[in-house]
Ligand binder design. Sequence first.
Ligand SMILES: [Fe+2]
Length: 335
Amino acid sequence: MVNKILSQLTSVEILTPKVDDTLWFFKDLIGLHEVGRKGRSIYLRGWEDWYTYSLKITESDTTGVAEINWRTYSEQDLLDAVKIIESYGLGLGWDNGDSEFGIGKGYKFLLPSGQVGRITWEMKTFKSSGNLRSGFKARPMKKPTIGVQAKDLSHVFIFAYNDQALAKSVDLLKRLSFKVNEMLKEGNHTIAYWMAVNGTAHDLAISVDPSGIPGRLNHFTYNVDYADDLLRAADTFSEYGIEIVGGPLRHGITDSHSLYVKEPSGNTVELLHGGYTNVVPDWEPVVWDTKEDENRWLYYWGHVTEAFWDGSPIPPSRVSEELKELARQKLGAKV
Ligand SMILES: [Fe+2]
């Protein structure tokens, strides 16, 4: 039995060289609510995100993911998680968080795949007031009227830069209490995992990335309230010049409805509806095979465009020079 340590994915920080366009995309089209700004960053939330924000957009000279944040189940679980991470030699140290945005002290680390993660216990749930307050008493805020009204952060899909980085990342993530729900193989070669700490089909997915560049993002995803919202989103994106690169479709893996687009700076964003919940404690991961199942793991029906793959087996994203330096120091990566 694995003791639960992490409770949930709470936020992602993405980088954009086109901050105005990216902000327009997430506010006017995706329908996220701006919580505040600090330095070169803007903080946004969906109407059913439980904490202050779920997306931090930071102006940069590149795209990609800067930080992935999780909350633990308790203060002791945070300390236990730090011990586990330090046994891998991947700790980056403590910081005090940011009380203005409802997040307390936490610990940063590098995933073996090269992304920066941060874990914390101290977090304030979001309480709205005035015009934002919903009559639905459990809702953290009123459902907006803008854009596709994305509900809450669903998952991140990250890359591991080689087979070893993939295996080591999955090993660490399992120690941090992720449960692997589904896997993708090419014959005997496992190339991707879909896993969760929160009982959904996945709040994290990771696949091998033949680019050899650590720390890359495949995509990140918001849930929508109704399956029909994906059709409405496709209409909206078409009207406003946003490139749809996949869907509407139904994934084989996770059994969910999906739409993929490129936000204006090039990060891939997914909107998702449905999928299963699974808290079976002795679950054996379901295995798909790219040869036997072809692309049904990705689209059981529907399809993705050539731009989704973008001429390679995986869609591209870039990483910052800071992340490359960390990967050199901590992972011995040659980038
Ligand atoms: Fe996804």
